[in-house]
Design a protein around this ligand. Structure first.
Ligand code: PLP
Length: 394
């Protein structure tokens, strides 16, 4: 088979490989997932929304629509961006996407040439790194501290890399670390990047799942030069199977997104766009989001309590204020991938952190998911994992 040269750069996802190893062991308690909890979908409300969709707009919902997206959904997003994020935009700034993952793929297609430099948080979301890889960029990772991306390093990397094209960031409850940037750090970051000709790709699928602390403005809110390409998604607050997300960016970026999207999939599913509108018109989503927040907070708090109770004190961990993940750092020298076989044998699974680094990452990190496990499973699974770690850490 003669694939394009670009395909030489495409790597199989390390996460998929782990998930394959887990798939054959259904009895294992898995902290390896990357999904919202399906038990939280408000299915009765979804059924009522579907019923009214079928009664009132079935024919247009089953038909082709515009590449840019279903008009009432775009109107709703103009309001939502204003009310939720303080971003003043019009439909000219928007395009509906088939998941924010499509926004990552389209941004890579539209902006990245071979040899361009893409700056990411270190570690970062593997799906974004992999979306860029076919175009042959160089990745430069910038570490994050407790407040966000280290600004001195952002400045240095921008200064040293005239071909820096894009900075990809997840300021809210990052996948994989669960970290969130402080307001001060968001402001400093925007001040620094505004001095350079560089795009900021702000990926915000978890922004509404804050379960501690105050809501903070997104980078797009602080964007004075139209540098930020903002991606929002209904995947984590409604359901990922809908594949409904959006980009909010400068009009020429939104227009180019629309043009390229047309070549990829013509449009996002008309049916699920209608469904989202039908649900949001009929129901107040806020109590549903509050329920997601409360459930995830309880699970995250419990996971932290179990870490303190069962893990060796030298294991470092993040304390998320939202989202779906926390991040472990084992003492140096330990290999989380090698330990996984032992953990699976004992009955628990996780994702070794190495694959979240664009360039060679350390081997001693782990991503833990707390959204798809019950409190019972967290209590049991964390004790098991603690015992595995204790065998290797004095
Ligand atoms: C940081 C990040 N960006 C994008 C996505 C993709 O989300 P969507 O379902 O909107 O495509 C995910 C999914 O887990 C994610 O963690």
């Amino acid at each position: 088979m003669s694939f394009s040269k670009r395909m030489d750069r495409v790597k199989a996802s390390g996460i998929r490989a782990v998930q394959k190893r887990i798939a054959s062991k259904p009895e294992v308690i898995s902290f390896a997932a990357g999904l919202p909890d399906p038990n939280l979908y408000p299915l009765d409300d979804y059924k009522a929304a579907l019923d009214s969709l079928m009664a009132e707009r079935a024919r247009p919902a089953f038909s082709y629509g515009l590449t840019k997206g279903y008009g009432p959904l775009l109107d709703l997003l103009v309001r939502r961006m204003r009310e939720k994020e303080g971003v003043e935009c019009t439909k000219d700034n928007l395009c509906i996407l088939s998941g924010s993952q499509q926004g990552l793929g389209l941004a890579a297609l539209m902006f990245v040439d071979e040899g361009d430099v893409i700056i990411t948080e270190n570690p970062s979301y593997l799906g974004a790194i992999n979306a860029c890889r076919p175009y042959g960029p160089e990745f430069v990772g910038v570490d994050t501290d407790d407040d966000g991306m280290v600004i001195e390093d952002v400045e240095r990397v921008l200064r040293e890399n005239p071909r820096a094209k894009m900075i990809y960031v997840i300021p809210n409850f990052q996948n994989p670390t669960g970290k969130a940037w402080t307001l001060e750090r968001r402001k400093r970051f925007m001040e620094v990047v505004s001095q350079y000709d560089v795009m900021v790709l702000e990926d915000n699928p978890y922004g509404e799942i804050r379960f501690k602390g105050e809501h903070l403005p997104c980078l797009k809110t602080l964007d004075r030069k139209d540098q930020v390409i903002y991606l929002g998604s209904f995947s984590k607050i409604m359901a990922p199977g809908l594949r409904v997300a959006w980009v909010c960016a400068a009009p020429e970026v939104a227009a180019m997104t629309e043009r390229m999207k047309e070549t990829l999939d013509l449009q996002s599913p008309e049916f699920t766009q209608h469904f989202v509108v039908s649900y949001l018109e009929k129901f107040d989503i806020e109590p549903h989001i509050a329920k997601i927040q409360a459930t995830y907070k309880a699970r995250s708090d419990l996971m932290l309590e179990m870490i303190r109770r069962h893990f060796p004190a030298s294991v470092k961990y993040t304390e998320p204020e939202g989202g779906m993940f926390l991040w472990l750092e084992l003492p140096g020298g330990l290999d989380a991938d090698a330990l996984l076989d032992e953990a699976l044998e004992a009955g628990v699974a996780y994702i070794p952190g190495e694959s979240f680094y664009a360039n060679n990452g350390p081997k001693n990190t782990i991503r833990m998911n707390f959204t798809t496990v019950s409190e019972e499973q967290i209590v049991k699974g964390m004790e098991i994992l603690g015992n595995v770690l204790k065998r290797h850490i004095q």
